[in-house]
Design a protein around this ligand. Structure first.
Ligand SMILES: Nc1ncnc2c1ncn2[C@@H]1O[C@H](COP(=O)(O)OP(=O)(O)OP(=O)(O)O)[C@@H](O)[C@H]1O
Ligand SMILES: [Mg+2]
Length: 342
């Protein structure tokens, strides 16, 4: 049985104005020692999934099991104890490190909260061990502002590891770093994963790092998974039209790059996304009648042992990718006129 099991996780935010359906029923599993990546454009719900699983945000519905623990049913006073098992590393390392504390104290802080029984010497040894794991054993007496971005992020990782978690959410852990430093941090993450059999939920905009670190990937769009399965299968043979645009390199979800065509192109008029149907239908070149009227669920693709699933109802009929990748200059999100009239 998989270590982390998430079923039908759902969250709508009501913060004034229109309610925002941030996560619309996602399900996935992660084995020990494995990484599932969530990739998708800004606002697609990736961080909310991570926060719901960790109970940093309350879910509207769904179930989360970590090992034998039914995480969403824990009473509030037990959530804190559970946190040592499930940690998070954030995007901006410096923001999560107190500039007035020494590195050793920053890293030790979760132990002070979660393992009060340790002696000072035991605590010091644990800090030393974990700093050693991230390659910063001599940095305990330094302050965070004296460290490079990559070193600060390794401190963030050490702090997440010190309670010996079995599951870690990595919320864009390298996106504020230079490319060369990104590689080092990903290496550290892979090494500690292997050593401790950690399950990772890796959140990213960046397909290249997803290919490097993840075993499985889920492509998110408007709070839903479009497609989920092994990274190699999905990157080489994407089946969902949205995933196909992403994997072809035509569409980028990286906010550091020029605006993605999908985000900048107007959606087809007259499509009310509050009505049931595929949430990508306003922008999809393959749209047909069956894309409206009922909400779509994920269906299995190909060899079911691979546990691949796709949202598009037409995935079987579409020509193999990359035939539908538009030639340069063409707008992939704007359907040809004959499609528009259907
Ligand atoms: N605490 C909150 N209150 C209200 N709305 C929220 C809250 N957190 C997230 N949202 C909304 O939920 C949606 C999903 O947000 P989320 O942060 O999960 O996206 P994301 O995929 O992580 O985006 P990014 O790539 O920019 O980090 C967005 O529309 C966001 O504005
Ligand atoms: Mg986010």
């Amino acid at each position: 049985m998989a270590h982390l099991r998430v079923e039908n996780l759902t969250k709508t935010f009501h913060a004034g104005g229109e309610p925002v359906r941030a996560v619309g029923g996602v399900s996935f599993t992660i084995e020990r020692g494995k990484t599932l990546a969530l990739i998708g454009e800004s606002g697609s719900g990736k961080s909310t999934v991570g926060r719901l699983v960790l109970r940093l945000v309350d879910a509207d519905a769904g179930r989360v099991h970590l090992g034998d623990v039914d995480v969403l049913s824990l009473p509030p006073h037990r959530v804190r104890a559970q946190r040592r098992e499930m940690q998070i590393v954030f995007q901006e390392p410096f923001e999560s490190l107190n500039p007035r504390m020494r590195v050793a104290d920053i890293v030790a802080e979760p132990l002070v909260i979660h393992e009060r029984g340790l002696t000072k010497d035991q605590r010091r040894q644990r800090v030393r061990d974990v700093l050693d794991e991230v390659g910063l054993v001599d940095y305990g007496d330094r302050y965070p502002q004296g460290l490079s971005g990559g070193q600060q992020q390794r401190i963030g990782i050490a702090r997440a590891l010190i309670t010996n978690p079995s599951f870690v959410v990595l919320d864009e852990p390298t996106s504020s770093l230079d490319l060369s430093v990104q590689a080092q941090v990903l290496d550290v993450l892979s090494q500690v994963q292997e050593r401790h059999g950690l399950a990772y939920l890796y959140i990213s905009h960046d397909l290249a790092t997803v290919r490097e670190i993840a075993d499985d990937v889920a492509v998110m769009y408007r709070g839903e998974f479009r497609e989920v399965g092994p990274v190699a299968a999905i990157t080489s043979d994407p089946r969902d039209p949205y995933t196909r645009l992403l994997m072809s390199g035509f569409l980028s979800v990286d906010p550091r790059e020029a605006p993605a065509p999908l985000q900048s192109a107007p959606a087809r008029p007259g499509v009310d996304l509050n009505e049931p149907g595929c949430v990508f239908r306003a922008r999809c070149v393959h749209v047909a009648e069956e894309c409206s009227g009922t909400d779509l669920s994920l269906s299995p693709v190909g060899d079911t042992k691979m546990l691949r699933q796709v949202r598009c109802v037409r995935h079987d009929e579409l020509a193999p990718a990359p035939d539908d990748v538009p030639r340069s200059g063409a707008d992939p999100t704007c359907p040809p006129p004959d499609r528009q009239e259907r």
